[in-house]
Write a protein that binds this ligand. Sequence first.
Ligand code: GLC
Length: 512
Amino acid sequence: MDTNSEPWWKTAVVYQIYPRSFCDTTGNGVGDIDGITAHLDHLGWLGVDAIWLSPVFRSPMVDHGYDISDYCDIDPLFGDLVAIDTLIDESHARDIRVILDWVPNHSSDQHPWFLESRSDRTNPKRNWYIWRAGDPSTPPNNWQAEFPPGPAWKWDDQTQAWYLHMFAPEQPDLNWAEPAVREAMYDTLRFWLDRGVDGFRMDVVHLLGKPDALPDRAKGPGRPLTEFDNQVTHEYLREIRAVLDRYEGDRMAVGEVYLLDPARVADYYGSDDELHLSFNFMPLWSEWDATVWREQIRLAADAFEPVDAWTTWVLSNHDVPRHRSRYGGNEQTARAAAVLLLCLRGTPFMYAGEEFGLLDADVPPEMAQDPAGYRDGCRAPLPWDGSSNHGWVKPDNWLPFPPEADTRNASAQMADSGSIAALYKAVLAARRRSPALQIGTQRILETHQLVLAFHRVHGTDQRIIVVNMSDEDVDSIAVGSGWQTEVRSDTTDAIAWTQSLPSQTAIILKPA
Ligand code: GLC
């Protein structure tokens, strides 16, 4: 029954922080590292095991930090190295691990490496990025950038050549085929590992291995959902893993492998010599529907279990509308989703603010910030209290607060035992008590078509989770007798389990 022999990242719940929007302590309208440290007690209260910070490194902020100009320093907007050291120490003092966001596929065009590379065709760093000479009117191939829409190539007058950028033109792709690039990037990992970070979220790692010939791609514009030369990528991932494995304490790599096919994603775990975890993003794009969920749980199990890979579950992050917004705005649905996310077999990744049941903010066009154009709503500042500043220095910040901030804020919800934040806390506590919920096997139960039900077992510990994802109350859910309620997502007082569930409600059952 002991789960201590498992690596921490298997039993952990990870909480993603978008630092620009967590909490501002300086009055510049942008969240900072000290703001995170100031709210660690909230995270301790909630009971998460690790935080992942979206990038806080030096950056011109074209893509709000995903365009890095110094991988080994903190952007002054967010603080400095002292601030991050303090955050790491204070987190560790509360048994909270710290994961940083490493962006290996591209740097900023203001990174000194790129400035050198672009300065002259004979510069020693020329080959650190992907350059192609040719005709200024015809890009070298048909690859499309993620944003803004258009070719993934920019013509550079200085040296009369094209350079590749799979994202914005200010995010030139590093040339991973160049060994010196890989060595320099591994040094950046070591820099942070030496400072005590527990792991990295690795941005779009499936894009690292570009084929030498840069052939046209069959797929047209849109999110780069296809792979490049994955054999080469796997080789790089093994090198990355070897860097982490030299450190004590299970330093972890979770990769953003943005392929919506779990079988393809599972490949990036290698034979326990590549990524430890990889995001399974199917739920970001699928409906709140029991039949759909049964299917995607099966797909994930079929992909990950046979190769002994441990999956992840994600409902929200900084790149998509929040799940409460996606699922139609009903608080009951968001509450049931919390139970589901935290009870599935795999490592759950929460996105800051989902514990308040936040909706996306309404961002007027004149306040738009996102280079991709659709991600501002989910990146709105977190409300900490009910005052006009909501715990920030000023009421007006880089983005407006989300709706209902008067009640959907930390201080109101922490004081209310019926709040969605209190529910998250209760489910996190239930999970911590139960080896079955942390690492148990998982079997889908065929009960009622409108409900998703599954059984988790580890040794003698077991739980059944039932989620009514429909708008109908469902009676007669046949899960057998001998079960009692441990946690339920609604605030009903009737906690006796009667084999029935109101619409949009989830329940955790334990043996009576
Ligand atoms: C990832 C990040 C996204 C970023 C992009 C480029 O998809 O999650 O926010 O814009 O990579 O780094």
